[in-house]
Structure formats: C-alpha cells, structure tokens
Design a protein around this ligand. Structure first.
Ligand SMILES: [Zn+2]
Length: 267
C-alpha cells in the first residue's frame, strides 16, 4: 500500500514498463529497484519535459528515459541533476546545421550534423527517443544516449567540462586524470581495444561519456580488460555493475550482460 502511494505520481503500469523496456532492471536487487523507482518518480515529476515539434510524449518515454538517467545516479543522489533544465525528446536523430572552425586557422565550415543527443551547461538534455529505447533494451551493444548525455551533466557539475566530475579530494582527482588520460591516449593511438567507441577519443569530456556507457552496459568486460578504468568509474558512481551481472548469471559470467561478441562497433 505504501509502495502504491509513494509512486502515485507515476503511470499505473510504470513497473511493467521498466520490466519490459529497461534491461538493467532485471539486474537490480530490491533495494536498488526501490531507489531507482524514487529517482524515476522524481525525474518524471520535477523535470520539465518537452517534445520536439509534432512529437508526443508518452508515459513510456518519460519512464524509460528517467530509469536510464536514474541508473547513473543510483549510488549518488538527485542533487546531481539539479542543473538539468529540461529533458527534450525528439522522435529520432536530429539534424542541425552547424558552423564550426575549419582545419585551417581563421576558416569556418558549414555543415549538417546528426545528433542522437546533446547536453548543454546548465541547460537541457536532448534525447533521440528511438535510440534511447533501443539501447535500454539492448545494453550489450554498449551504447546509450541517455547515459552519455547525463554523464555530460555530471561532468559539468564542477563548472568545467573536462571529463572529470566532482571528486572527493585531490588524490582521487589525480588518480582519475592519470587513468583516464592513459586510456584516452590508447584510444587516440589505436591501442584502446574494441570496448570503447572511438568517438571517445574526441576529447576528455567525450571520453568520460563514452566510458560511462560501457561501464554500465559492458561492466564485466570493462572490469576484465580495463580494471583501473573500472575502479575509478566505480568509485565515482559508487556502483559495481559487474557484480550485479555475476549475481544474476553466476560467478563465471563473462560479458554475460551481453552475449559476448555482440559488439557491432568498429575497433
Ligand atoms: Zn558527448
């Protein structure tokens, strides 16, 4: 009864929605599900939700995006999303015309840019729903636009978009920078292995967002192949997603969240 009252702000079938549409839900224990339900409720009810022109938001859209965003801060708290001004949902990939600096100094390039999502400093998070929905069902692919964009918001919490979220002390920051700089270097020089999307090589902020995607979606593989990266991300997020996979699939699980080999990204 108290459960029902506490979640009264959510769609009546919110739990069926997450069971059906959010693969991570199956890996959570009761306490984690309770915490995530609270985050879903808070995000659905306290954030401003907007749909792109001609698109209509549904309970499923709000619930699934909130569940994925809430997963990221399951070990943290909702204050981490205080700067999320609005959540703007587009039906699919967004095409923008952008002017950017050219490769020759002083020149600019005009071009169309396709985006699955975007996060701006103290502004909205923009999400392409078809991609978010697919990733929520198939974390084994390693990609997730919701985890990616909300990771950018966590990076922005200390007002510097540099791939380093707020950390408790100088030692933790130094360790973070050492580990992530090393992995970024490997990615940039083609030695990063197949786990991390090459897009993460763009800059430290993209590296953190891309690393966050695989930390949650391919945790057993990240822990096995990049244990130091797994450790710093786990310390920041205060979560151990690889342990959740072992709890569900048994101690020998390797890439079990996965069906190992399901990775379709280029190496
Ligand atoms: Zn990004």
């Amino acid at each position: 009864m108290s459960w029902f009252r506490r979640r009264a702000a959510l769609a009546e079938d919110w739990e069926q929605i997450v069971e059906r549409a959010v693969a991570h839900w199956a890996y959570l224990d009761d306490d984690e599900r309770d915490a995530l339900a609270g985050h879903i409720e808070a995000l659905v009810t306290t954030k401003r939700w907007e749909a792109a022109n001609g698109f209509e938001l549904t309970d499923e859209i709000r619930t699934v995006i909130s569940a994925q965003a809430g997963l990221l801060i399951l070990g943290l708290d909702l204050d981490h999303y205080a700067d999320v001004g609005a959540i703007i949902v587009h039906p699919s990939t967004m095409r923008f015309r952008r002017t950017s600096q050219g490769s020759i100094a002083g020149t600019v390039v005009d071009g169309d840019v396709d985006l699955l999502g975007e996060a701006s400093y103290q502004g909205p998070v923009v999400i392409a729903w078809d991609s978010a929905r697919h990733s929520a069902r198939h974390p084994e692919r390693g990609h997730d636009v919701v985890l990616h964009e909300f990771a950018h918001k966590l990076d922005m919490l200390d007002h510097v978009v540099d791939g380093t979220p707020p950390l408790p002390d100088a030692a933790a920051r130094q360790r973070w920078v050492d580990v992530c700089s090393h992995e970024l270097h490997l990615l940039r020089t083609g030695q990063g292995g197949p786990l991390l999307d090459p897009y993460g090589a763009a800059d430290p902020a993209e590296f953190f967002a891309v690393a966050t995607e695989v930390f949650f979606n391919r945790p057993v593989d990240v822990q096995a192949h990049k244990p130091e990266l797994y450790a710093v991300l786990g310390a920041f997020y205060r979560q151990d997603p690889a342990e959740r996979v072992r709890r569900r699939h048994g101690a020998t699980a390797t890439g079990a969240e996965a069906g190992a080999g399901a990775d379709e990204r280029p190496s």
